[in-house]
Design a protein around this ligand. Structure first.
Ligand code: FES
Length: 115
């Protein structure tokens, strides 16, 4: 992938963070398939040829403090939060948002849900 051309200097076009936090005895994203979803997202981004500078980077994160909405992932720089359920959801985020720039409205995290 070519070097970033975004005049804002953003190194990645989309930088995605998946909460993989595990918390014993309390609700956490790890209890809701977060690792599997993270792995799926990385795989699909790579397969679509989107990975790398100027493209998409998918990273692990600790608790993003929105556990009540978990499992969650957030896409920057647009700060779009998603609550996903399964691999189909991840595939849709990759195809629609990360590839084509269309936010997946049906998966948006309800704005009032925090910790
Ligand atoms: S455990 Fe995932 S947001 Fe807190």
């Amino acid at each position: 992938m070519s070097a970033p051309s975004d005049p804002s200097g953003s190194y990645y076009k989309h930088h995605v963070f998946f909460c993989l936090n595990e918390r014993k005895g309390e609700a956490c994203c790890a209890d809701h398939g977060a690792q599997k979803a993270f792995d799926r997202c990385k795989k699909q981004v790579k397969a679509a040829g989107l990975a790398g500078p100027g493209g998409v980077r998918v990273n692990k994160a600790g608790c993003l403090d929105r556990c009540a909405a978990g499992p969650v992932a957030v896409v920057y720089p647009e700060a779009v939060w998603y609550t996903y359920v399964d691999a189909d959801d991840i595939d849709e985020i990759v195809e629609s948002h990360l590839k084509n720039g269309q936010v997946v409205e049906r998966l948006l995290t309800p704005p009032h849900l925090g910790r």
